[in-house]
Design a protein around this ligand. Structure first.
Ligand SMILES: [Zn+2]
Length: 76
């Protein structure tokens, strides 16, 4: 699809690193499947992936973690 950010690039499937921040907690998730713009590098996550990443952040906050870095596991 066409990138909605730069409006010139095309998106391609690939892997990216997603960094999330809420309050004092930072979660970095590596190896996340995404569609990545070949022009500006903006990435798009599908909704199951977004949910997984958000769950990871919520979980880290619940445990009082300040910084968590992990690799996204393939869906079981
Ligand atoms: Zn773009």
């Amino acid at each position: 699809m066409k990138c909605i950010v730069c409006k010139t690039g095309e998106t391609h499937p690939g892997k990216t690193t997603v960094t999330l921040r809420r309050d004092q907690t930072v979660v970095v998730v590596e190896d996340v499947n995404a569609l990545i713009c070949d022009n500006c590098g903006h990435y798009y996550l599908d909704s199951p992936t977004t949910k997984k990443v958000m769950d990871t952040l919520t979980d880290a906050i619940a445990r009082g973690t300040k910084l968590e870095i992990l690799a996204m596991k393939a869906a079981a």
